[in-house]
Design a protein around this ligand. Structure first.
Ligand code: XMP
Length: 179
């Protein structure tokens, strides 16, 4: 285990097992579509998206949205910034948005609203983790691999000040390292 980690919350093996199950649900739910349009939220979703989508044998188009709400700390700034110059063309597409974590719900809520305004016919959401807490934005993920208590986590795409994304598990940082 990385020396900066206090405890592992979700092991690499548990992630693998749950991704198999979530992929099966998505395959069943989207079986009537010719192809799947995925919009991944950068950067936190990259490991989750790559591992999940390799379990789904559809024609898949991937677009990415560079969205920021944490600005490096451990609490949401409350402001969701869309950092891309050009937004994906989702007109009349059924879109699956993939993100790392559902916390206040603001990010996914705003992404969903934006994609709907861009003409998507349907927007479904899929997250690695849903935090058990009241949301600022009333939103429930259509697919959530794990539910955790309201604590700050890193690993498997999730970062603290840009680090720890490459840990193969999800864990809690030692409190002495968090300011
Ligand atoms: P909201 O509050 O908009 O948050 O649902 C979504 C984004 O906030 C980041 N986030 C976290 N990042 N550990 C992290 O590394 C966490 O525990 C955490 N909680 C929220 C993340 O970027 C997510 O997409």
């Amino acid at each position: 285990m990385n020396k900066d980690i206090e405890k592992v919350l979700i092991t690499e093996e548990a992630i693998g097992r749950r991704l198999d199950e979530v992929a099966q649900r998505i395959i069943a739910d989207f079986s009537n579509q010719d192809s799947l349009q995925v919009v991944a939220i950068l950067k936190g979703s990259v490991f989750f998206m790559a591992d999940l989508l390799r379990r789904i044998p559809f024609k898949i188009e991937i677009e990415c949205l560079n969205v920021s709400s944490y600005h490096g700390g451990t609490t949401s700034s409350g402001q969701v910034d869309f950092l891309d110059q050009k937004l994906p063309d989702v007109h009349r597409r059924c879109v699956l948005v993939v993100d790392d974590i559902l916390d206040t719900g603001q990010t996914l809520g705003e992404v969903k609203a934006k994609l709907t305004r861009l003409g998507a016919s349907e927007v479904k959401t899929c997250v690695l983790i849903s935090k058990k807490k009241e949301r600022v934005c009333d939103l429930k993920a259509d697919y959530a691999a794990f539910e955790i208590d309201d604590e700050f986590v890193v690993g498997y795409g999730l970062d603290y000040r840009g680090q720890y994304r490459n840990l193969p598990y999800v864990g809690v940082l030692k409190s002495s390292l968090v300011s």
